[in-house]
Design a protein around this ligand. Structure first.
Ligand SMILES: *Cc1c(COP(=O)(O)O)cnc(C)c1O
Length: 459
């Protein structure tokens, strides 16, 4: 008999979570302008806002903190970190940053000129914002299945290679400073990219002399999907698969807050020595000296250890089982989700669940509010609040292509009964879905507006 896939760890330290009442949550949400980013974390019961920086560290990571060497230059912790990154990622130059977006800012500030275009399967919000900040355009080229939440395909995160080649021909390779592939495709539903697709993208970029970069935040989850789903990979180790993924690229950006089990950190890698020199110069200006880059020695230690642990296949089996558990239990009851379940999160298709709320009234944001009101559960909108645009001529809102509510699962943090509670909360909201009303924006910042936007309920 197949046994339950269990958490491959036991709990040594506990952090209490606080249960609030519905009237309390109604007041708190109103005060937060119907934006769950503006809630206090202690007023949230189950926090699925993000899997970023929210992992539980292992005893070995906590022990490694004590070994942190806080020397300004050339610390032992730096050499340990560099060796751990090189062992898996294989790139010649490793540049530590305080998180993923700092790596993005440095890379795009150097690589992008106004008028350039940077293609990606789907840009993450900070990636898009940093490219736009450099005056370039961030272009999403997901494969056709990736645009349809209900379509089932083993590698929905794949980049549309034909569209990529067309874009390069039309725009000219000189306007494309690099091509990015995000593994797994976070904004596109946490869907994986196949080795076959990476090889095809590599062939096209090579043909036109364009560097290929991976946005590597969830590289271990992507590699595990490849092991489970790609022809000929079942017997390979996840580490070997990850190494092959990186061998196809010229560099990467990485947030260690994801697949490195760290609470902070990131890095930028390249094989190009000239580019690495320029990147280090910029690093010194804003992040720090190249052997710590905005991190403490102890952070470097925690990341080095975390990179090793994330490739443990018992961990990955449990991680996928717990994410799938949430997805299957709500989709079986009729809640429309992005199929199949991704590695780090479940995405509810708010457009399909709340067809009576138009994109201009932000259905996924409204759903985020309802989940909080119903059970103190916090998810995040990935839809028109995050990715909507204003038409420069008319000032009218141009909606995003999908209206998703993402429920990201922090690594090694919640147990099955926590997830059962989330399932019950979602099903209760689903039952009363016709009564949910949309939201109207009352304040927005000029970029990355979702973090600080405020709303009121619309009629
Ligand atoms: C989190 C994330 C980033 C940015 O990393 P931060 O550490 O949050 O700055 C970039 N790309 C993807 C795909 C991410 O998930």
């Amino acid at each position: 008999m197949a046994r339950t896939i269990i958490e491959p760890f036991r709990i040594k330290t506990v952090e209490p979570i606080r249960i609030t009442t519905r009237p309390e949550r109604e007041r708190l949400l109103r005060e937060a302008g119907y934006n769950v980013f503006l809630l206090r974390a202690e007023d949230v019961l189950i926090d699925l806002l993000t899997d970023s920086g929210t992992s539980a560290m292992s005893q070995e990571q906590w022990a490694a903190l004590m070994r942190g060497d806080e020397s300004y230059a050339g610390s032992r912790s730096w050499y340990r970190f560099e060796a751990a990154v090189r062992d898996i990622f294989g790139f010649a130059h490793v540049i530590p940053t305080h998180q993923g977006r700092a790596a993005e800012r440095i890379l795009f500030a150097i690589a992008c000129r106004p008028g350039d275009i940077v293609p990606n399967n789907t840009h993450f919000d900070t990636t898009r914002a940093n490219i736009e900040q450099a005056g370039a355009e961030a272009r999403d080229l997901p494969c056709p299945e990736g645009r349809d939440p209900a379509a089932v395909h083993p590698f929905k995160g794949n980049l549309d290679v034909r569209a990529l080649e067309e874009l390069i021909r039309e725009a000219g390779p000189e306007r494309i400073p690099l091509v990015l592939v995000t593994v797994t495709n976070n904004s596109g539903g946490g869907q994986p990219v196949s080795l076959a697709n990476l090889r095809e993208v590599r062939d096209v970029t090579k043909k036109y002399g364009i560097p290929l970069y991976l946005d590597a935040c969830r590289f271990a989850e992507n590699a595990y999907f490849i092991k489970l789903r790609e022809e000929g990979c079942a017997e390979r180790s996840v580490k070997e698969i990850a190494r092959e993924m990186f061998s196809l690229a010229d560099g990467c950006t990485m947030s260690a807050k994801k697949d490195a089990f760290a609470n902070i950190g990131g890095f930028l890698c390249t094989n190009d020595p000239e580019l690495a020199r320029e990147e280090r110069d910029l690093l010194i200006l804003t992040e720090g000296y190249p052997t710590y880059g905005g991190l403490a020695g102890r952070d470097l230690e925690a990341i080095a250890r975390g990179l090793e642990e994330v490739l443990d296949e018992d961990y990955l089996r449990y991680r996928f089982a717990s994410t799938r558990y949430l997805g299957e239990h709500i989709s079986r009851a009729g809640v429309p989700i992005v199929e199949p379940p991704g590695g780090h999160a479940i995405y509810i298709d708010a457009k399909a669940m709340l067809p009576h709320i138009p994109p201009s009234r932000f259905p996924a944001q409204a759903l985020a509010c309802e989940l909080y009101l119903a059970g103190g559960v916090r998810g995040v909108e990935i839809g028109s609040v995050m990715f909507g645009k204003k038409d420069p001529a008319t000032g009218e809102e141009i909606p995003a292509s999908m209206e998703l509510l993402r429920l990201a699962i922090p690594r090694r943090v919640y147990t099955q009964s926590h997830i059962d509670y989330v399932v019950e909360t979602i099903l209760e909201v689903h039952e009363h879905r016709e009564a949910i009303r949309g939201l109207r924006l009352t304040y927005e910042a000029p970029f990355l507006r979702h973090f600080t936007a405020r709303f009121e309920t619309a009629e």
